[in-house]
Design a protein around this ligand. Structure first.
Ligand SMILES: Cc1cc2nc3c(=O)[nH]c(=O)nc-3n(C[C@H](O)[C@H](O)[C@H](O)COP(=O)(O)O)c2cc1C
Length: 342
């Protein structure tokens, strides 16, 4: 049924469909019997899939990657869809509109997306308030992570101030943090993946974190385009600043091996590629990190099926996240993956 619905939805601009679909789901979920039906259809019930990580209990290892619910608007609905965890953001200290539209594109032949959203978000404070309100009104065991970034107009030398500001604003509301320096859509951001730049940001955050009453697990999200030398740097840095984990990976800037017509791909322009074409790349990064380190990994990139999730977990990931797979596979994706894993 979702295949038919997807064919229809794919006739409209991707970003509009995203908000329309989640908005409709939000409305439908307010009707008691519909809500029960959705819960029955989509919520996985496999207690055996529970994971204990960083002192947190994940009801299952399948999460939603950052960028889907940037402003924590849909936690209630995502809870209903059975996700074990949802990573909100990327949030920046101040609200910002992001890049000009259109900025999200589908490549159906590749089961992929290209996006250059540019951290469009309502700002850390508004999002913190929304998460707090959701927590106050819903007894849920959904884990909520906060993915944090810097504003576009903040120079890289001052980026640490933005990460610190987001961290302080969100620390009482989210369960874990992810420092995002790997989005290709904020000019110069990925230069912060350099060891010295990262050390500056992460050690400051850890100083504040470890000095607080309730330290939060702090993770770093990395690009799939790093060389082995850069990965080695990240691995040693993770040990040095005692990171809780790595999220591997974000989207790629590469366009290699796509089936979609070259003219279509070129016409889209810049942005991060996600979905099936990055599956092997992200899997390779997880394997590399796991071979050289014992740092916990959240696997992200091209996970669509139970088989994909199983492979990523076997490669060394402790948890996985979906994003593009959710668009192509539909709302039953968590249940399907959990059924396969169980
Ligand atoms: C439209 C879109 C927006 C995204 N926004 C963010 C973001 O704000 N922060 C971030 O860390 N990752 C962001 N991502 C990356 C995803 O979280 C994920 O790491 C990546 O897409 C690879 O997973 P996938 O192949 O399952 O999509 C975004 C991805 C997409 C498709």
């Amino acid at each position: 049924m979702y295949t038919l619905l997807r064919q229809f939805l794919f006739k409209f601009p991707a970003e509009d469909v995203h908000h329309f679909a989640m908005g409709s789901f939000q409305t439908a979920g307010k009707i008691g019997p519909v809500r029960s039906l959705l819960q029955h259809s989509f919520t996985p019930a496999q207690p055996s899939l529970k994971r204990e990580m960083w002192g947190l209990t994940f009801r299952n290892p399948v999460g939603l990657g950052a960028g889907f619910d940037k402003n924590a608007l849909y936690l209630k609905e995502l809870d209903l869809l059975g996700f074990g965890f949802v990573e909100i953001g990327t949030v920046t200290p101040r609200p910002q509109p992001g890049n000009e539209k259109p900025r999200l594109f589908r490549l159906p032949q590749d089961k992929a997306l290209i996006n250059r959203m540019g951290f469009n978000n309502e700002g850390a404070e508004a999002t913190a308030i929304r998460v707090r309100k959701w927590r106050d009104n819903h007894a849920s065991n959904l884990i909520v992570g906060g993915n944090i970034g810097k504003n576009k107009d903040t120079p890289n030398e001052e980026a640490w101030k933005d990460y610190e500001s987001c961290f302080k604003t969100l620390r009482d509301t989210v369960d874990y943090f992810v420092v995002n320096v790997s989005s290709p859509n904020t000019p110069g951001l990925r230069a912060l993946q350099d060891k010295d730049a990262l050390l500056g940001i992460l050690s400051r955050l850890q100083d504040i974190n470890t000095g607080s009453a309730q330290p939060r697990p702090l993770l770093l999200k990395i690009a799939p385009d790093l060389t082995e030398g850069q990965l080695d740097d990240i691995i040693s840095l993770a040990a040095e600043v005692k990171l809780s984990g790595l999220v591997a990976t974000n989207t790629t800037i590469s366009r290699e091996g796509l089936r979609s017509p070259a003219a279509q791909v070129a016409g889209i322009g810049n942005g991060g590629l996600s979905g099936a074409p990055i599956r092997a790349l992200s899997q390779g990064v997880v394997e590399y990190i796991h071979r050289h380190s014992s740092v916990p990994i959240i696997g992200s990139g091209g996970i669509f099926t139970g088989q994909d999730a199983k492979a990523r977990l076997e490669a060394g990931a402790s948890l996985v996240q979906v994003w593009t797979g959710f668009i192509y596979e539909g709302p039953a994706i968590v249940k399907k993956i959990c059924d396969a894993l169980a």
